[in-house]
Ligand binder design. Structure first.
Ligand SMILES: [Zn+2]
Length: 73
């Protein structure tokens, strides 16, 4: 499934021209490139999320240590 790059209407895969607005649709090569870029962005997002998770876990670990110290005092 694809969407018109001009009007955003749903298109069947492989459509050359939009049946709603007549706008030319990206070719297979462009779609493949866009998919690769989307994959790269998704990979970066996953990396960022993983870093954020690590930071949160470190914060929680530090918080736990502080609480332990608090209980000791
Ligand atoms: Zn269109």
């Amino acid at each position: 499934m694809a969407f018109c790059i001009n009007c955003g209407q749903m298109q069947a895969d492989g459509t050359k021209f939009c049946r709603f607005c007549g706008g030319q649709q990206p070719g297979d090569q462009l779609i493949a490139r866009l998919r690769m870029e989307a994959e790269a962005i998704r990979y970066q997002m996953q990396q960022m999320q993983a870093q954020q998770m690590q930071t949160q876990q470190m914060r929680q670990a530090n918080y736990g240590q502080q609480q332990d110290q608090g209980q000791r005092w």
